[in-house]
Ligand binder design. Sequence first.
Ligand SMILES: NC(=O)c1ccc[n+]([C@@H]2O[C@H](COP(=O)([O-])OP(=O)(O)OC[C@H]3O[C@@H](n4cnc5c(N)ncnc54)[C@H](O)[C@@H]3O)[C@@H](O)[C@H]2O)c1
Ligand SMILES: [Zn+2]
Ligand SMILES: [Zn+2]
Length: 363
Amino acid sequence: MRAAVLREVGAPLTVEDLELAPPGPGEVLVRIEAAGVCHSDLHYMTGDLPARLPIVVGHEGAGVVEALGPGTSGRIGVGDRVALLWRPRCGECDACVAGDPALCRFGRVLADTNGLMDGTTRLRAGDEAVHHLMGVSCFAERVVVSESSTVAVPEGVPPEIAAISACAVITGVGAALGVVEHAAGRPLLVLGAGGVGLAAVLGATLVGATPVLAVDLDPARLELAARFGATPMPAGDDLAERVLEATSGGVLWAIDAVGGAGTLRQALACLAPGGTLVAVGLNRAGATVDLPINDLVQRRKRIVGALYGGANPRLDLPRIFALYLAGRLPLDALVGARRPLDEVNEAYAELRSGALGRTVLLP
Ligand SMILES: NC(=O)c1ccc[n+]([C@@H]2O[C@H](COP(=O)([O-])OP(=O)(O)OC[C@H]3O[C@@H](n4cnc5c(N)ncnc54)[C@H](O)[C@@H]3O)[C@@H](O)[C@H]2O)c1
Ligand SMILES: [Zn+2]
Ligand SMILES: [Zn+2]
């Protein structure tokens, strides 16, 4: 089974033949049909985020169930098409019981062990154990994942759409559907027009925000955001001035899909009094940002983090598929280049240098 392995931080991924053990209790074997090129994997490749090496990367994927381990629930069967969740749920911790499974304690356990739910790995290269990223590791021909990492994909949703929906789309659209409130008829700002930012533009449009202002450094990405209906705003030191002027005093909602200290500060400055900054972009572990205290307090601004777009993936991914099938969410336009698994390093080089839309690997 071929898979893209991160063996050394900063080095290219190596596409290797690995052994994949059969699914254990509560696990399923999935043949990957499509996997999205998300910036979060890049954070692991550069060492921004820590992982146990070697590890198979990729966490935005979809495929077909080929086998069930013992003791699965019956919710998913052989032959079903599934999207893979990078936060499986235990169902028993406080966050799961409270209906917020994106904060399931297993998120932490998986990050600590880079194994599956029991902390062990199904992947080997000869004698060497190979780790799982976020319980998914879908830059591979096949994966073994927890059944709780799967959501059924309805007929009519193509593999590429199912794959990108499992991270970029649920994060960006989810932030607009589930975190942002009362945006209809009001301006909303999105920083970053990569896969997640463009999905946020689509989500903001869906909930009626208008205009949706999109910011990026890259003119071609801004042009793509404009094709999605956004008003393009080139990044620059005077961004806040331009946004305040264009919106007669600022936006009530800004979604930061970059994760830089600079973009967070700018997004806060672009808020109208009472506005909320939704932080979605990630940075290296431990990165910090300086913020103006009095602006926050006196203008009663808020900053909220939105992991997984603040969504409950088992409930919200089917909503996204339904919106796509109803023609309300034009996700086909979000898919950029399609590449074979062997071109994974080229795909990440292009992500850094200006890929348009979400690149999808077809293993
Ligand atoms: N919160 C979550 O659950 C979650 C989920 C997925 C991804 N992420 C994170 O979201 C971020 C975006 O992911 P992506 O896959 O869309 O990345 P991407 O690389 O496709 O897009 C990032 C975009 O930001 C733009 N950009 C960079 N610096 C900028 C600046 N100073 N001002 C304006 N634009 C700037 C880039 O040109 C690019 O278009 C990453 O940090 C990723 O790890 C978070
Ligand atoms: Zn992702
Ligand atoms: Zn849990």
